[in-house]
Design a protein around this ligand. Structure first.
Ligand code: AMP
Length: 213
């Protein structure tokens, strides 16, 4: 199965992707994770992209497409779930041209729909475990007491002013990707409100129908 999970920052793409990996055996391809790892490792790529990420801006299309394509290739071009790619129409066009060219188009482009006020709440109270990457919410899913508090961090781009910037970039540059897939008949809109399990059930129901399994 080949799917992309789409939605604004804080819609729950990462959480749902992790569940799909665990239960459906898909491989998670997160361009955000690839980029954050490069920044942490202070590689040439990391140095090139750091300013964009910390400013809440998108990394240039050609740089991100190269990363996404490498990751897709590394999975034998199948059984993957994309999280955070594509984020511009250009990125979508390059990927579709490639996947259609090898006869492996996406089965579905799944868009998680969550109201703005919930997104700001989820992102500003989100915390990440620096080593495991586990995600918490200060109110709804606080880090357990046995976890070393010094390892619980807030992402630099989850600070309120960066969150506002990311949501505005999403509306201007990323949302048009939805129309691109709607026109192709590949858009699956999912209500992203509710518990993880409720949202997961909605996604799985839809993608299994699309992938015919
Ligand atoms: P994420 O973890 O998906 O929210 O991504 C974090 C940051 O990485 C974004 O705010 C962008 O700066 C960068 N990034 C990740 N994926 C992409 C993409 N497909 N296009 C451009 N920038 C990206």
């Amino acid at each position: 199965m080949r799917i992309a999970l789409f939605g604004p920052p804080g819609a729950g793409k990462g959480t749902q992707a992790k569940l799909l990996v665990k239960r459906e055996g898909l491989t998670h391809i997160s361009t955000g994770d690839i980029i954050r790892n490069a920044i942490r490792a202070e590689s040439a790529l990391g140095q090139e992209v750091r300013g964009y990420v910390e400013g809440g801006q998108l990394v240039p299309d050609d740089v991100v497409w190269k990363l996404a394509k490498e990751a897709i290739n590394a999975q034998g071009n199948d059984n993957f779930i994309l999280d955070g790619y594509p984020r511009t129409v250009k990125q979508a066009e390059w990927m579709e041209e490639y996947l259609e060219g090898i006869d492996r188009p996406l089965h579905a482009f799944v868009s998680l729909v969550v109201p703005d006020e919930q997104l700001v709440d989820r992102l500003s109270k989100r915390r990440i475990h620096a080593e495991t990457g586990d995600t918490y919410h200060l109110e709804h899913k606080p880090p357990p007491p046995d976890v070393d508090a010094s390892l619980i961090k807030q992402r630099a781009d989850d600070k309120p002013e960066k969150v506002r910037e990311r949501l505005s970039v999403y509306k201007e540059e990323t949302q048009p990707v939805e129309s691109y897939y709607r026109e192709k008949g590949m858009l699956v809109e999912i209500n992203g409100e509710g518990t993880f399990e409720e949202v997961y059930e909605r996604i799985v129901h839809q993608i299994k129908e699309r992938a015919d399994i």
